[in-house]
Design a protein around this ligand. Sequence first.
Ligand code: PMP
Ligand code: GLN
Length: 405
Amino acid sequence: MSTFLAAERVRGFGTSIFTEMSALAVEHRAVNLGQGFPDFAGPAWIKQAATEAIAADLNQYAPATGLPRLRAAIAATWARNSWRDIDPSSEVTVTSGATEALFGAIMAFVNPSDEVICFEPFYDAYLPDIIMAGGVPRVIRLYPPMPADNERRAATAQWRFDPDELAAAFTPRTRIFLLNTPHNPTGKVFTRTELEQIAALCQQHNVIAVTDEVYDQLVYDGAVHIPLATLPGMWERTLTINSTGKTFSLTGWKIGYVVAAPHLSQALRQAHQWITFATATPLQQAAAVALELAPENGYYAELRAAYLERRDRLDQVLHRAGFTTLPVEGSYFIMADISNTGFASDADFCRWLTRDVGVAAIPPSSFYANQRDVPLLARFCFAKKLETIQAAAERLAGIDRNRLG
Ligand code: PMP
Ligand code: GLN
């Protein structure tokens, strides 16, 4: 039998760290605080809307750009937040999750050898997306706050970038600046000042911004999510990506969307029509119901309060187990310092923790292109029931620190 080599563009891709760690968690019956997905049910009223949509025979292809009702609900969300008045017909496109939106945006604008700038650590799909488009990633570092002692861990101590490194990353070949805020895996929410620095460079170098804002509802302790597209001069050059998966705890539905000015949306739609064409009709209908009713039924406030409790609980559990954690302003991840565990790599630590302790976490080195001086951290997800966090607590409490390393 012949064997066929994969095309060069995918040959170097390993298996996603989420797939690897979730499989290891299943094999070792570990409590899975690795892959980011809720282990609790999505809201019954949204699931009911999906069931009703299927029963009402909303089961054929949706329009390629998305159900008009969902696009209108997305535009209403932007208006309600006083971000911008959006035209749902020309400025909103529904995609199969943020994953397709990211791929589509990059395929729509990146020519071979164009450069795309992003921060590392980055969400793991970014690099393969850039490579599949024939683009060249230009990665700059986000530096962690020093976690050496809790006293110094001021509430303001956050991951930061070096403005000079940021400016130096822009070249005549830069096509896209790819930003993620609130940020996975660091939990950072970019400040207005930081966004202004990014916006100024994008404008100076005539670069398109693609912003991944899937955790926009998950912000804590007074942190405010600011869409880059709302800064002066940015609307014309920004594609804003979001996903109802995180906001409504329904990650398997894969209903994402892109909000962008008509000339940007048009190019994105050119790519989207040949990637998936359209996405699941009844689930789009239910996502529309979710966005319509959530502001009225208190859903967002409840969501944030529940996540705040889970964040604080997991933070406490990690501290009791002897880890120092980095502050989390947004997303549903906590980074724990593992530099005192004796492990030489975060991957070895996470495999050990999964197999021997029975708690799965993600090694953030998977989110770095450059492996030099990667901080030794482990990412724990708190999109989990309090019982799950408690189960992890019991296992982590049993860590024999003398056996570490
Ligand atoms: N971007 C980020 C930062 C994410 O964390 C995720 C998924 N966890 C995605 C994009 C993908 O979103 P979706 O599941 O809607 O494709
Ligand atoms: N975004 C999720 C995470 O960061 C995982 C999504 C996936 O498995 N592709 O854990």
